[in-house]
Design a protein. Structure first.
Lengths: 112, 112
């Protein structure tokens, strides 16, 4: 079954701690994306990557970092510089030049 | 600046009736529009899309209408079913999937 997996489903972060959210896809998609959803708001783009070893900042990249060492994987690190990290994080992917993005199930990040 | 707006945060419709969800946009560079359906604590599911060269696209019970002059699109669901109860997001891009801009969502409740 092709799809996008995100882990963990829930993640707890302590103050000053970096945490990494996993995103893996087996759809053979070239492009991958990270979004953040806050209550009552739409999805906001954090980072995206159209090819391996290349990524671009989205609208709200501050306090986040990514890597794209493999086509299938696009992990997101929420750093201690992100002062309001509590949110629902969604990973998506698409074919290169495709208009439609397909989403994973999401990770909810909570701060202890 | 909210480039994609969904002005109705919620909508309640009786089972069997038509649901109409609206979306307005301000960026005239947008040329591809998508609707996603989202259940709580899950990732959005792609529903239907429309290119700016069309004014209507139909898929089963779902039809999307695009009025470019008014910068307005709508999603019609006929007939509405209880399983349609979810949050619906409108999204737009400029023809490539690199930057999807989302609206804030409309919560649809289909009642018996």
């Amino acid at each position: 079954d092709g799809g996008i997996t995100q882990s963990p489903k829930y993640l707890f972060r302590k103050e000053g701690q970096n945490v990494t959210l996993s995103c893996e896809q087996n759809l053979n998609h070239d492009a991958m994306y990270w979004y953040r959803q806050d209550p009552g708001q739409g999805l906001r783009l954090i980072y995206y990557s159209q090819i391996v070893n290349d990524f671009q900042k989205g609208d709200i990249a501050e306090g986040y970092s990514v890597s794209r060492e493999k086509k299938e994987s696009f992990p997101l690190t929420v750093t201690s510089a992100q002062k309001n990290p509590t949110a629902f994080y969604l990973c998506a992917s698409s074919i290169w030049g495709g208009e439609t993005q397909y989403f994973g199930p999401g990770t909810r990040l909570l701060v202890l | 600046d909210q480039q994609v707006k969904q002005n109705s945060p919620s909508l309640s419709v009786q089972e069997g009736r038509i649901s109409i969800l609206n979306c307005d946009y301000t960026n005239s560079m947008f040329d591809y529009f998508l609707w996603y359906k989202k259940y709580p604590a899950e990732g959005p599911t792609f529903l239907i899309s429309i290119s700016s060269i069309k004014d209507k696209n139909e898929d089963g019970r779902f039809t999307v209408f695009l009025n470019k002059s008014a910068k307005h699109l709508s999603l019609h669901i006929v007939p509405s079913q209880p399983g349609d109860s979810a949050v619906y997001f409108c999204a737009a891009n400029t023809g490539t999937a690199s930057k999807l801009t989302f609206g804030t969502g409309t919560r649809l409740q289909v009642t018996l």
